[in-house]
Write a protein that binds this ligand. Structure first.
Ligand code: ZN
Length: 439
């Protein structure tokens, strides 16, 4: 018997002949005088035509070209899953009291079908906070997606969910992945991959909702809406919600659960501002700001691992060369398109590298024990307020070593830096009210 599950809740240009309940629609439809793609819901530009006159969608081209000749096929999601005791959850960890309170609230909103946000500071353990709600959802036979705009986040998350939800079948989807799609109850994927789904999920968890490119992409926002069933809902996770989401909280359009304290009960490390107004010129002359150089020497001698964030890829090799010349051996550089990125990050995590010079690629989704952080050029516009708060959040994540420094070197006390420091101060004020301790 042919397996038609390939099309359950999916939208594919390839039909499966004889599939019961298969429905079909044109891939690109005329709306008035315009054309709209039915996979990514974006308008097709008038110029996007093939030589034979057919329209095609340029926006979702990377998922395969759709033209006015194509059709999309789907089978409405039947939730054909085996019954799971305890929702397939094999996690044996314990939530703290504050985490447990947040978890209860998240589960209640999920069960009520509310669109919701879990606003938890970096290091609050937000993944585990979602576990009780996830277990209950899976136990009830819901189809669930855990998605993120960042492939790194998906790759870090997938082995954790495979370990902690060992009883449920899962698949991981991202562009260029090695394993093919198969129908299963829990899907972990990039937000881009949601474009291939249609009303498939009862619940979608959107991890790092404020991260690039989701925050600036209407296409991906629509993808989340369309991948959800009509009666489905979603949960956004972030430590740093953007302005739009914060506005929706105020307007009551999204339910919110706050967790202003890290799982170990210590407050967030503040960002220390270091004005060094000629750092760019100094770098050109092959030097770092004196204070930064001294600090890096101290960390290096104390064998404390550290991250140095720089604004641009071009700055990486320059800074690395200065450090090498000053005798700070054992470090390397990393950036988004670096082919060895995963290996370098892993080597640093295991202590085989003593420091990393990095772009904002490591701003979130990564945990390194006992790390210290310096940001060179924190006033550069590439460091958004959210990015700076996330970067600071790399520090002090272990209960056994909750302290650590975050130093921001900049020409001036720019607005992004001011706002990031103010956000941390505000969160720590709330954290203190919940019994948070200073390191
Ligand atoms: Zn499209």
């Amino acid at each position: 018997m042919t397996d038609f599950s390939e099309l359950f809740g999916r939208r594919s240009p390839t039909p499966l002949p004889g599939a019961p309940g298969m429905v079909t629609s044109p891939a690109i439809v005329a709306v008035g005088t315009r054309w709209r793609c039915q996979r990514c819901y974006q308008w097709v530009a008038p110029a996007d035509r093939l030589p034979n006159g057919d329209r095609y969608c340029r926006t979702c081209l990377q998922l395969g070209r759709l033209t006015t000749q194509d059709r999309l096929y789907t089978i409405p999601e039947p939730n054909r899953f085996p019954r799971l005791v305890s929702g397939g959850c094999t996690w044996r960890g314990q939530l703290s009291e504050l985490q447990a309170q947040a978890a209860t609230a998240v589960q209640a909103h999920a069960q009520a079908g509310h669109r919701q946000l879990l606003w938890a500071v970096t290091g609050a353990g937000k993944t585990e906070i979602v576990y009780p709600a996830l277990a209950e959802a899976l136990r009830q036979g819901w189809r669930v997606a855990w998605v993120s705009p960042r492939v790194d986040v998906c790759l870090e998350l997938a082995p954790r969910l495979q370990r902690d939800f060992g009883g449920v079948e899962q698949c991981v989807l991202y562009g260029g992945q090695p394993v093919a799609y198969h129908y299963c109850q829990l899907t972990i994927c990039t937000t881009h991959q949601l474009l291939r789904f249609d009303r498939a999920f009862d619940w979608i968890v959107v991890d790092e909702v404020d991260a690039f490119p989701l925050a600036t992409s209407p296409m991906l926002q629509v993808a989340i809406d369309r991948a959800q069933k009509e009666a489905g809902s979603c949960l956004y996770l972030t430590a740093t919600p953007g302005e739009r989401l914060q506005r929706e909280i105020k307007q009551g359009k999204v339910a919110v659960t706050y967790l202003p304290l890290r799982y170990h009960g210590y407050l967030l490390p503040p960002i220390q501002l270091k004005i060094s107004w000629r750092w760019r010129q100094q770098l050109r002359q092959g030097r770092l700001p004196m204070g930064l150089q001294h600090q890096l020497n101290r960390w290096w001698q104390a064998r404390r691992p550290f991250l140095i964030f720089v604004p641009h890829v071009a700055d990486l090799s320059v800074v690395a060369a200065v450090l090498a010349r000053n005798g700070l051996s054992g470090g390397t550089t990393v950036y988004a398109a670096d082919p060895d990125r995963q290996a370098k990050v892993q080597a640093f995590r295991e202590g085989q590298q003593r420091y990393l010079v990095t772009t904002t690629i490591l701003e979130r989704g990564v945990t390194f024990p006992s790390v210290a952080v310096a940001i060179l050029g924190a006033d550069d516009p590439v460091f958004s307020t959210a990015a700076l708060v996330q970067i600071a959040g790399r520090v002090g994540r272990l209960a056994s070593d909750p302290g650590g420094q975050v130093l921001a070197y900049c020409h001036s006390n720019a607005r992004n830096v001011q706002r990031a420091r103010a956000m941390i101060t505000r969160l720590n004020r709330q954290g203190r009210r919940q019994g948070g301790r200073q390191c």
